[in-house]
Design a protein. Structure first.
Length: 97
């Protein structure tokens, strides 16, 4: 008779654990991603980034441009100073024409 009581206690304990886990999983809300942020309503500002290594030193460049006017600005990340700054060289406003 003691084996039956022990088996019932173990069975109830396992059932309680399963029920608790199910209740926890049911109560968790799924992740909802926000809408992507844009610079302006028309989405005319674009950005491209790239990183590479020259002479064992990492380089990181960011090109930001306006798709309507063609104006752009090129930035680089200075790892020594930990700052993002504009480069001395910039693209012309219409580099393909």
């Amino acid at each position: 008779m003691n084996y039956v009581n022990a088996f019932q206690k173990i069975g109830l304990t396992v059932a309680a654990i399963i029920f608790s886990c199910a209740a926890l999983f049911y109560s968790i809300n799924p992740a909802q991603a926000d809408n992507p942020t844009t610079v302006n309503n028309t989405g005319k500002i674009m950005m491209s980034e790239g990183g590479f290594v020259i002479d064992g030193k990492p380089n990181y460049h960011v090109l930001v441009w306006d798709t309507e006017t063609g104006k752009s600005k090129l930035y680089f990340f200075n790892y020594g100073k930990g700052l993002l700054g504009a480069t001395n060289y910039q693209l012309p406003s219409s580099p393909l024409y």
